[in-house]
Ligand binder design. Structure first.
Ligand SMILES: Cc1cc2nc3c(=O)[nH]c(=O)nc-3n(C[C@H](O)[C@H](O)[C@H](O)COP(=O)(O)OP(=O)(O)OC[C@H]3O[C@@H](n4cnc5c(N)ncnc54)[C@H](O)[C@@H]3O)c2cc1C
Length: 195
């Protein structure tokens, strides 16, 4: 097998997926990862069958969240796949700027209380029925939110139409500078990733 499994022939290639490091536990030499389990998708199947000691490789893309200096606030928007990233962004800043969080999860049972330091506002929405397209509830909440005062930097991640729809709304309808909307399409409805 070539040095990088990513360029190995398809038949020899291990499953590769994108995930977020939710927690770094230096003393234990551990990382924490939170998975969204859905049916028998490749990731869900692996999570169910993996056992302590099984091998797994990590390619660190080194992507970090950084709030630009000019921003006076930071709306964070995402679906259930972005929740680990949003929670670790919230954990990482002991002196957070004004923060508005909009998170959409699969159903009401998934709504967990996100511990919010003073000054942070959260809206946790659930889809509840399968006919609701993932991301649509969060996008509706973005559209109906009041425009914040002063320059803010919006971070959005999740299903690709949530990400692009949020940017389109903020840039085209509200005149937000493009550089102030950081967009990550984490997955696309109907399409396996990577692939
Ligand atoms: C930078 C980055 C960080 C990410 N961090 C995390 C993380 O910490 N935890 C996490 O769980 N995911 C995370 N994701 C998203 C994850 O990589 C995708 O959801 C991936 O598709 C899951 O693989 P799978 O094997 O379950 O499904 P796939 O084989 O990729 O897809 C199978 C089918 O399921 C659909 N699908 C994929 N995700 C969902 C979903 N959430 N709801 C409904 N249908 C879906 C696809 O559209 C496809 O039709 C991250 C993605 C990126 C790019």
């Amino acid at each position: 097998m070539p040095a990088s499994p990513l360029v190995a022939p398809a038949a020899d290639r291990p499953w590769v997926g994108n995930l977020t490091i939710r927690a770094l536990r230096h003393a234990e030499q551990e990382i924490g990862i939170e998975f969204v389990l859905r049916g028998d998708s490749p990731m869900s199947s692996w999570v169910r069958r993996v056992r302590p000691g099984d091998p797994a490789g990590i390619f660190d893309l080194g992507t970090m969240y950084r709030l630009p200096r000019h921003a006076r606030g930071r709306p964070l928007v995402g679906d259930e796949t972005a929740l680990p990233a949003i929670l670790s962004i919230l954990d990482s800043d002991p002196n957070p700027p004004p923060t508005e969080v909009i998170v959409e999860v699969v159903n009401a049972a998934d709504v967990r209380s996100v511990l919010m330091p003073t000054g942070l506002h959260s809206h946790c929405l659930s889809r509840d029925v399968e006919s609701v397209r993932p991301g649509i509830r969060a996008l509706e909440a973005v559209r109906s939110a009041e425009s914040p005062e002063g320059p803010v930097h919006t971070w959005v991640a999740g299903e690709s139409r949530l990400a692009t729809g949020t940017r389109r709304h903020l840039v085209n309808d509200r005149g937000v500078p493009r550089r102030d909307v950081c967009v990550h399409g984490y997955w696309r409805l109907g399409r396996s990733t990577p692939g």
